[in-house]
Write a protein that binds this ligand. Structure first.
Ligand SMILES: [Zn+2]
Length: 179
């Protein structure tokens, strides 16, 4: 492999120093480098460590077993996605529940009559209130625990209040919608 380093014309992708060439040649001896750039899918030049198109680093190639695993996983994933698609298609064929559209955000929005920001704040506030209620499920064994639970509850309720106030503030008066 030393003749590679002694070639008179240096290719642009080869470093001039023989030591570096040796290092690269040693690396090349183990065929573990990827064939194509994962970013721009350009084929790497022989011995290059970086992509000549996008400059991306040349990654290590996957080992055959890892490749097989990835292929198997991809197959499983494809099957899962296909199954999901057929399931959704089957459900769509069976019935499109008309009440389901009421769960859509815009339906709720038109129903409640709040602007988007206010509705989001409202939902956050409702979530905080439910958090405050869920804190009640915690059981306190000691007085310190009980105190901590009260603090949690107070914080959740404070957050809910803040969210509701934000919702009120974000709701523009109906007369100034053009703002
Ligand atoms: Zn590239």
């Amino acid at each position: 492999m030393s003749e590679v380093a002694q070639e008179t014309h240096q290719e642009f992708w080869r470093p001039p120093s023989p030591a570096v060439v040796d290092a690269i040649v040693v690396r090349e001896a183990i065929p573990t480098m990827a064939e194509a750039c994962p970013r721009c899918s350009t084929e790497f030049l022989l011995g290059s460590r970086f992509c000549h198109t996008c400059g991306g680093r040349r990654p290590e190639a996957l080992s055959p077993s890892a490749k097989a695993d990835a292929a198997a996983f991809a197959g499983l994933w494809e099957q899962g996605v296909a199954g999901m698609h057929s399931l959704v298609a089957g459900l769509g064929k069976i019935k499109i529940p008309s009440w389901l559209r009421y769960l859509h955000f815009h339906e709720i929005q038109s129903w409640v009559g709040l602007p988007t920001a206010s509705l989001i704040a409202f939902v956050i506030g409702v979530g905080c209130v439910s958090g405050a209620l869920l804190v009640g499920l915690l059981t306190a064994k000691t007085f310190v625990d009980w105190q901590a639970i009260q603090f949690y509850r107070a914080e959740w309720l404070l957050a809910a209040t803040a969210a509701f106030v934000a919702g009120i503030l974000l709701k523009k008066p109906s007369g100034r919608d053009g703002e």
